[in-house]
Design a protein around this ligand. Sequence first.
Ligand SMILES: N=[N+]=NCCCCNC(=O)[C@@H]1[C@H]2[C@H](O)[C@@H](O)[C@H](O)[C@@H](CO)[C@@H]12
Length: 453
Amino acid sequence: MTTETAGKYLFPEGFLWGAATAAYQIEGSSMADGAGASIWDRFSHTPGNMKDGDTGDVACDHYKRWREDIQLMKRLNLQAYRFSVSWSRVMPEGRGAINPKGIDFYDRLVDGLLEQGIEPLCTLYHWDLPAALDDRGGWLNPDIADWFADYGQVLFEKFKGRVKTWGTINEPWVIVDGGYLHGALAPGHRSAFEAMIAGHNVLRAHGAAVKRFRQVGEGKIGIVLNIEPKYPASDKPEDEAARRRAEAQMNRWFLDPLMGRGYPEELKDVYGEAYREFPQEDFDLIAQPTDWMGLNWYTRAVPENAPDAWPTRSRPVKQVQHAHTETGWEVNPPALTDTLVWLHEQTGGKLPLMVTENGSAWYDPPHAIDGRIHDPMRVEYLKNHLKALHDAIGKGVDVRGYMAWSLLDNLEWSLGYSKRFGITHVNFQTQERTIKDSGLLYAEVIKTHGGVL
Ligand SMILES: N=[N+]=NCCCCNC(=O)[C@@H]1[C@H]2[C@H](O)[C@@H](O)[C@H](O)[C@@H](CO)[C@@H]12
């Protein structure tokens, strides 16, 4: 904070401050106590898929250290904690029998959070599909909509009155683009034909879960989308056309059907013969009204026309004038403001939004030095993106909360432990947690409602 900005970035009363994680990225013990395997157990144990051969077998050992991690959340002044449930821990086969020890873990976690005055925000699905369902076709099998709604019902009923804010699915685009189009993520398929079908079933499953929630659940339910705004590399018509294709394939593919608009026109151009039409009843199910929408936001892209680039025929142009994180993502806080204004417009200005993930990977040492982890780049990223978020609220966008990605350094999917996003450092040799300077700042932001920015 500087004297001229003192109090300029105060956030609205009731704004919810938290941090986010995902089951496979932090829990470890993924096969313990009767749990079934997930596609990430299989994918991470398949040679060649993971940087340095890393797996989620131990991760942050959160399955055992959850009490310690709740104390960490208290020290960070968190008001909320966004976590995901491992479907195959709760239902080892993905359908049918419930694993009592699996659901008990989340029961204890939720009660532990509530005892500390931390609001649990629960994501039903954050990429770790039960392997047994993948054996039945997984997201390619239309039956998955009912399997997912049945799984959701187990949690809606178990946590009724304790979990009040539910997310159905985390980032349909990454599930499909990573898992079925490019194969970089589990289950590692590479087919535009499969991607269209999987994407449609992910959306149908979301709709089926929302419908079931209205029958048996209590509280509020929504979906979590990653949106990466696209700015044309030049004012040439072919670059604007490329921008539109990239925007359709990442930002509109799932948003438009959820908003009752069906798939964006440009998707036919992007997927060609792989593009599929689907029955109207599916789109009615998909567009079930929801209570809120989560935005996961990291960066923007500046696409140019690239006829050889599959499938969007667009390629992002690196903006060398801006800083880039360890994951190669450009740092551009004003683009977050733009995205929130755009999403507010795209959702008709009626759907409360929440930034459900925002953060950055920078190099941190493997262990603390003098009990500290100085992470100045992450401090700057956090400060400037919270200011950008505040700017969006000032423009009339209804944003209810911010969940920092991530509470802990964790398994960054196929990049393993090589990329650290945490506001808390994890020494993966000792499992020691050390709150980084960025976490210390965040605790102050929460305490002062942004006044310290
Ligand atoms: N190129 N490029 N563009 C940026 C596109 C970002 C797509 N990846 C995400 O949003 C994932 C989300 C995930 O929920 C979490 O589980 C991941 O750990 C974080 C960090 O990776 C983010």
